[in-house]
Design a protein around this ligand. Structure first.
Ligand SMILES: Cc1cc2nc3c(=O)[nH]c(=O)nc-3n(C[C@H](O)[C@H](O)[C@H](O)COP(=O)(O)OP(=O)(O)OC[C@H]3O[C@@H](n4cnc5c(N)ncnc54)[C@H](O)[C@@H]3O)c2cc1C
Length: 459
């Protein structure tokens, strides 16, 4: 890396830790996506907003690519640095700087771990809804950058719906302080921009009252398509589940191999459903839902809160459990209208059979998100190539069903190559004008999300 930039980084504010040793930098070349790696030139362990501002300003002055890193749980390789990049790590910024229980609002630093914040709010009687299954490691800053969702997203919204204010530093405009009500357009551009427009230094969040009652059940079906058809029926009936998760047979098998969770191993498709609200609401919806599940032929099991928590723990552990089937995987993350869940599932399974690849499919079915995970053994080059060859096929299956490229993980580097399939040239050109308005020299996380051609070529 440029020696002048290194000297500048070392002089920053109250001297944040700067990592330059290649052995220490190795760990910063990866995120949770398998098969992607970069080699950063330096890491700044930011402790304050001023450290982020100064590091980004220095990178900008020297034209060095730069990206923020939170929990590094990205599954779209959006936190894999371009070679030679400056990584700005926010993990030392974990303070909850304001909490107003009466107005149900909080302000946090970007490195606050999502589950820590949820637990903190719950201990004060409040509910922070966005619940990515990675919440034990993911950060609020990363959640904002990816607009993270989770099982609660259908009923309670995604991260965007909870954000009421942001502080963000951008190469072109410096530090911006943005508030809902006056700066919504800019806030909504920053959310989900995968760190390509700027770095979030502070987040203000709206909380909710904790629901007083909840009730959890599972229903198993002979195959994945039948289970997903029932999801469409639940939606059409106007039931609003707090969570409605789908797991296919391979996913269930991987979980049971990892630990005896007690899921039915013979299930071709499994639905896990949580209802919440006040007592009457939960009781009434339970009656309607159980009748529907029984008439659809699902074997049913209603569970007590302790067992339910075990099930949700299992659900959060799916990604790791898939290694029980094959050591590695590449995950897709499409989102389709609920009426298209079953046919899209069938099309992907057929493509996987044709390519001789094992694909596990699960997802937050209520909002139409499906995660087809192509499993492979990295020591088997041909199997790896066959698994990766399914990425564009899955993306096309989602788009053909009227869906979108990403339900929640973002495009990152995994699905950036498919962006032209989803948007027409004028739309892409308009997007690039937005990118340039914040980051004229394209130093913010280059290679993620946006088309890679020179921006001029899109004019
Ligand atoms: C097991 C597992 C389960 C998952 N389940 C879900 C799920 O249910 N729902 C879901 O939405 N996602 C899920 N994910 C994906 C991932 O956890 C989310 O995208 C999460 O929001 C990333 O947060 P992070 O702190 O780890 O960010 P990182 O992985 O560190 O970074 C992700 C992106 O955000 C940018 N970024 C990070 N911090 C900042 C900041 N302060 N300012 C600007 N940009 C920043 C990075 O540059 C990068 O582009 C899952 C991942 C795993 C491994």
């Amino acid at each position: 890396m440029n020696p002048a930039l290194i000297a500048q980084l070392r002089r920053l504010g109250s001297a944040p830790h700067v990592l330059l040793d290649p052995d220490e930098l190795v760990a910063y070349g990866y995120d949770a996506t398998m098969g992607y790696r970069g080699v950063p030139a330096a890491v700044v362990m930011a402790e304050t907003e001023a450290h982020i501002v100064d590091a980004l300003t220095a990178a900008s002055e020297h034209g060095v690519p730069c990206l923020a890193r939170g929990g590094a749980t990205s599954l779209s390789a959006s936190a894999v640095p371009p070679d030679g990049a400056l990584v700005i790590d926010t993990n030392r910024m974990r303070r909850i700087t304001a909490f107003d229980a009466e107005r149900r609002r909080a302000t946090v630093e970007p490195g606050v771990v999502t589950r820590d914040f949820r637990d903190y709010a719950a201990a004060r009687g409040l509910f922070y809804a966005p619940d990515p299954s990675s919440e034990a490691a993911a950060t609020i800053g990363g959640n904002v950058a990816t607009n993270a969702g989770g099982p609660y997203a259908f009923k309670y919204g995604v991260t965007r719906d909870a954000v009421i204010g942001l502080r963000v530093v951008t190469p072109r405009h410096g530090l911006l302080s943005l508030t809902r009500g006056t700066d919504d357009a800019v806030i909504d551009l920053i959310i989900g921009s995968e760190g390509t427009l700027g770095i979030v230094t502070e987040v203000s969040l709206q909380l909710r009252p904790l629901p007083s009652h909840r009730s959890v059940r599972a229903a198993s079906f002979p195959d994945g398509e039948s289970a997903l058809r029932v999801v469409a029926e639940i939606m059409e009936r106007g039931i609003t589940p707090a969570k409605l998760e789908f797991l296919d047979d391979i996913t269930v098998e991987s979980l049971e191999r990892s630990r005896p969770w007690g899921f039915p191993r013979d299930a071709g498709g499994l639905l896990l459903v949580e209802l919440d609200g006040d007592e009457a609401e939960v009781r009434d919806e339970s009656i309607t839902l159980d009748a529907l599940l029984r008439s659809a032929g699902g074997g049913m099991d209603s569970v007590d809160p302790v067992r339910a928590e075990r099930w949700w723990e299992a659900r959060r552990g799916i990604t790791a459990s898939l290694a029980r089937i094959r050591p590695a995987k590449i995950g897709e993350d499409i989102c389709v209208p609920y009426s298209q869940l079953a046919p899209t599932f069938a099309a992907i399974k057929q493509a996987a059979d044709d390519a001789d690849v094992v694909v596990a499919i699960f997802g937050h079915a209520a909002d139409g998100t499906l995660h087809p995970n192509m499993l492979y053994d990295p020591s088997d080059r041909e199997e790896r190539d066959r698994a990766f060859s399914l990425l564009p096929i899955v993306a096309d299956a989602g788009l053909a069903a009227g869906g979108i490229l990403s339900g929640e993980h973002g495009l990152g580097r995994v699905k950036q190559p498919f962006i032209d399939r989803a948007y027409d040239p004028p739309t892409l050109a308009a997007m690039l004008r937005i990118k340039r308005a914040f980051d004229p020299d394209n130093i913010m996380n280059p290679g993620a999300m946006w088309p890679t051609e020179p921006m001029e070529a899109r004019e």
